[in-house]
Ligand binder design. Structure first.
Ligand SMILES: [Zn+2]
Ligand SMILES: [Zn+2]
Length: 587
């Protein structure tokens, strides 16, 4: 299929989805003569294909396209390979008026090379294969949605219509997938984040700029307190540094050179000074390191911050709280002597595992991210890269974990271990990383005074043990379907007086809980108790304390938890129990 430079895989599901994408393109060109088909690879759980038509496609077009695809599948067209000479390929795709294909032919094949194409019925596409034998070998598929996408992901080009679909080996598998998707949709953090008043997005604040509402800010504050306390206990020192710096700082660090596509536009003052919003904390933490002369006794120096960072993500890639343009990162930089490196990497992995275990994140794997063969994209010598990779592998072997290799996923300054977490939508993302860096200490000429009085260069470890607040909270909204563990729940206990006569006692109950540092609210509206309970349930409040005459007299509360379990408890016992659950951060 079209993405001529896409990876080729022999995974049967990949081949099925890839073949279905051909059928999609064939259907669209049959239905809309003159369509220019650009390309599209299989993606996680499905495939897509990009089209350039006289009008953009909409959701209404999906059904007719599916119908046409069904016809093509019923026809059982064979996937026939045709090897063309370069000149022939250019001539044929010029005749077909397919400029995007011509781009790939020119881009990917040299003049003396044969160009592989595949025909199904009247539809011809540039492709290396492999495919299923005939279109009849596609047992189950469905088109999912339409989106806009730029050619080559570049906003300077016109927008194409991207059609997403999925394909499976049986109708049962397709149904199961659609069901799981529906379930995940109910957990969607954008929907729940709005319903539970956790965050808001407002175009006036700019795309990808998250407004943390009081409920979200409470969750975030709890997380931050916990993270900072835990890190202090583990020998980190927390700092606060500014979110802007002179552009020269990022020139020196290499971020500007290697990373400027993802950085905000530069601010130029009248004085000629150039300032830039930081994409990462590293340079600032280096300045903290340099704020005094360091000795071997200072090492390892672990400098941490929950700092805001700014990255100019492409507008098409922004998504809720998951892909944003400003985010708060739990970041730290460890400056250590080379012989301290292994122990530091281990302790970072341990900390990340502790954070994730407490939050209930269990679906993750380790990826060792190394360079791809295009070494020009990276800084540093082969020896430094070799040493850094060895240190990371040692750590993974020491904890007895298996890992996958991510070729080309390294940072520009060094290899890293990534914790690849899978969310409720079965999307995978990098949450935590440990990166070994010999480069930045060199670029900044960092030193420490060794025991023998000589000047030595420290090694730097970049680490995120928790990830970004935005992404992690989005993850947890979906993971818990909005029902946060008690310690994180914005409202922990809702006190519900049965009638207006019981409001005074409800106040006493609330006061007692508040003194135990429990977040509590009294629902003193003149509403039926059934309605109050239903609303507290919708808000996913961990506990309801229902109080009436009997409770007021006995000094008790009728407790209902989210699972609907009920018990009557003395007020003091209940307050103590909840406070303990919070203190232990129980899930
Ligand atoms: Zn193909
Ligand atoms: Zn860093």
């Amino acid at each position: 299929m079209a993405e001529y430079d896409a990876e080729v895989s022999d995974d049967p599901l990949y081949i099925l989805r890839h073949s279905t994408a051909h059928v999609l393109a064939a259907a669209v060109t049959e239905l809309f003569p003159g369509t220019k088909y650009a390309g599209g690879p299989p993606v996680e759980n499905g495939f897509y294909y990009d089209f350039d038509l006289s009008r953009p496609l909409s959701e209404d077009d999906l059904q007719p396209i599916e119908k046409k695809m069904g016809e093509i599948i019923a026809r059982g067209d064979r996937f026939e390979q045709k090897l063309l000479s370069h000149a022939e390929a250019l001539r044929i795709f010029t005749e077909l008026d397919q400029p995007y294909k011509l781009y790939w032919i020119n881009q990917k094949a040299s003049a003396d090379e044969l160009v592989s194409s595949y025909r199904t019925g009247d539809f011809l596409d540039l492709c290396r294969g492999p495919h299923v034998a005939t279109t009849a070998d596609i047992p189950a598929f469905k088109l999912m949605r339409v989106a806009g996408a730029y050619w080559l992901g570049d906003e300077r080009y016109p927008q194409l219509s991207r059609v997403y679909g999925t394909a499976w080996f049986s109708p049962e598998e397709l149904d199961e997938y659609l069901w799981a998707l529906e379930e995940a949709e109910k957990r969607d953090h954008k929907r729940l984040g709005r319903d539970l008043k956790i965050f808001a997005l407002d175009e006036r604040a700019g795309a990808g700029q998250v407004l943390w509402l009081p409920n979200g800010a409470t969750i975030r504050r709890e997380l931050e307190r916990w993270i900072v306390d835990e890190e202090l206990a583990r020998g980190y020192q927390h700092v606060e540094t500014p979110v802007v710096a002179k552009l020269d700082l990022f020139r020196q660090s290499g971020h500007w050179e290697r990373y400027h596509d993802s950085m905000y536009p530069v601010m130029r003052a009248d004085s000629g000074e150039e300032l830039e919003l930081r994409p990462m904390n590293c340079p600032h933490h280096i300045l903290v390191y340099e704020s005094e002369l360091r000795s071997y006794r200072d090492l390892p120096l672990r400098i941490a911050e929950i700092g805001n960072n700014y990255r100019w993500e492409k507008s098409g890639e922004l998504m809720g709280m998951i892909r944003v343009r400003s985010f708060a990162l739990n970041d730290a930089h460890i400056f250590c002597a080379p012989d301290q490196l292994d122990a530091e990497i281990l302790s970072v992995i341990e900390l990340a595992r502790y954070f994730m275990e407490t939050l209930g994140v269990t679906d993750y794997r380790y990826r060792l991210s190394v360079r791809d063969p295009d070494k020009a994209k990276y800084v540093g010598t082969d020896e430094q890269w070799g040493n850094a990779e060895a240190a990371l592998i040692n750590a993974l072997e020491a904890i007895g974990e298996t890992f996958e290799l991510g070729v080309g996923d390294a940072a520009f300054y060094g290899p890293k271990i990534d914790f690849q977490v899978r969310d409720a939508h079965r999307r995978e993302f990098t949450n935590n990383t440990v990166q070994v860096d010999f480069q930045l200490p060199e670029r900044f000429g960092l030193e420490y005074v060794a025991a023998d009085g000589s000047r030595q260069r420290p090694v730097m470890v970049h680490r995120g043990a928790f990830g970004a607040m935005e992404r992690m909270v989005a993850y947890m909204i979906e993971h818990y379907a909005g029902a946060f563990p008690t310690w994180l729940a914005p409202l922990q206990v809702a006190v519900l007086p049965i009638t207006d006569a019981h409001v005074a006692y409800a106040g006493t109950v609330a006061e007692c809980l508040r003194r135990s540092r429990v977040r509590v609210e009294v629902d003193d509206r003149s509403e039926r108790i059934g309605k109050k309970i239903a609303e507290a349930q919708a808000r996913k409040v961990p506990y309801m304390a229902v109080v009436g005459g009997r409770e007021a007299e006995a000094g008790t509360v009728q407790v209902r938890n989210r699972a609907g379990e009920q018990s009557t408890e003395p007020l003091q016992d209940f307050a103590l129990r909840v406070a303990q659950e919070i203190a232990e951060r129980r899930r």
